[in-house]
Design a protein around this ligand. Structure first.
Ligand code: AMP
Ligand code: FES
Ligand code: ZN
Length: 328
């Protein structure tokens, strides 16, 4: 099987001997799951349409809202920032420097480059949070201090910092670059382990159920990794191709490979799986009930005040275990 990093993160070779399904000029990109091929212009319109469809159908935000996009330097989140700006939304970015040596340095450079060469022209700004400075140690060191896997430590810090920044700077919505492959792989994992409580929160738009919790959205859930990499290449968006060195071997990568196998055999499987789940979930549960559930189970963390189900939130627990006290 092709290693995941070659399959998804490397820029795709964009060639097609076919003509564009829409305008009949030479196509640059084939999309088996839509039984179509597009030229650059029609492909860009297709990508924008998918994002608009996601934003509108899930009532994510409006042109009046101020958005904070979590941008990692990878193809998905840079494409998302680019798309939101081009579609006329007010979108600033947050980059979290995790302190993972050369990987963090090169990803920050890509975000800064995009901020200066593209986003600045839209009046959009970039916030940087540096974990080594603010949390007192890089992600790997923190994980060792608390005897937890690096990825889960990283997840806790990122989730906390994304929400914290959105609330602190009074953004209406927090957006991440999760794509169809990410969401389908996560769904597969949650279904295989029957993680019922996670299944409930797998939607691409999570309301701000409580003060202190920003609304969170995933406007790229209708687009695949391959399509987003192609979008970056065609639009000359420079992104970090390498995966985080800590992510190798993670379960999600295996699920992605399995889904890619299924997709090759039967195009459309990924979207059928994830979008089908969303449709069934929408019919089964009114969105308000999740808000009500959150309201009844969440309360302010005794240390930082962010909403949590326990006495202290997982971020504060982590910092206490690492014996680091941070200014909130
Ligand atoms: P991942 O969990 O690495 O697949 O990332 C999912 C999404 O989280 C990305 O598309 C970004 O929106 C966001 N993200 C991940 N890492 C960072 C980071 N270091 N700084 C800002 N946003 C990030
Ligand atoms: Fe979090 Fe790699 S991105 S450990
Ligand atoms: Zn806390």
């Amino acid at each position: 099987m092709t290693p995941h990093h070659l399959q998804s993160a490397a820029p795709p070779r964009i060639i097609s001997s076919m003509n564009c399904t829409k305008c009949k000029t030479k196509a640059v990109m084939k999309l088996p799951r839509h039984n179509a091929a597009f030229c650059k212009g029609c492909f860009n319109r297709f990508v924008q349409d998918q994002v608009l469809k996601a934003i509108r159908s899930q009532e994510m935000f409006t042109q009046q809202d101020r958005l904070l996009v979590a941008v990692s330097g990878g193809k998905d989140s840079l494409a998302l920032w680019d798309l939101l700006l081009k579609l006329g939304y007010k979108a600033d970015a947050l980059y979290v420097n995790l302190g993972i040596g050369g990987y963090s340095e090169s990803s920050q450079k890509k975000v800064v480059h995009f901020a200066e060469t593209v986003a600045a022209a839209y009046g959009s700004v970039m916030h940087v949070h540096t974990v080594e400075r603010e949390e007192g140690a890089g992600i790997r060191e923190l994980a060792m201090m608390v005897h937890r896997p690096t990825c889960s430590t990283c997840g806790t810090i990122k989730r906390y910092r994304f929400n914290h920044a959105a609330i602190q700077h009074e953004y209406d919505v927090m957006a991440t670059g999760h794509n169809l492959d990410d969401e389908a792989a996560r769904l597969l994992g949650n279904v295989l382990h029957w993680q019922h409580e996670y299944l409930e929160k797998q939607g691409p738009s999570l309301p701000a159920s409580l003060d202190g919790f920003a609304k969170k959205v995933k406007p790229l859930y209708r687009l695949t990794e391959r399509e987003l990499a192609a979008y970056c290449v065609l639009n000359r968006i420079e992104y970090v191709v390498e995966e985080c060195p800590m992510a190798q071997g993670a379960r999600t990568l295996l699920y992605k490979e399995v889904l890619n196998r299924l997709e090759t055999e039967s195009p459309g499987t990924k979207q059928m799986f994830y979008w089908g789940f969303l449709e069934k979930h929408r019919k089964a549960e009114a969105p308000m009930s999740m808000v009500d559930k959150d309201r009844s189970t969440l309360h302010p963390c005794s240390l930082c005040g962010q909403p949590t189900t326990a006495d202290t939130c997982s971020y504060c627990k982590l910092m206490v275990r690492a014996k680091i006290s941070t200014p909130h």
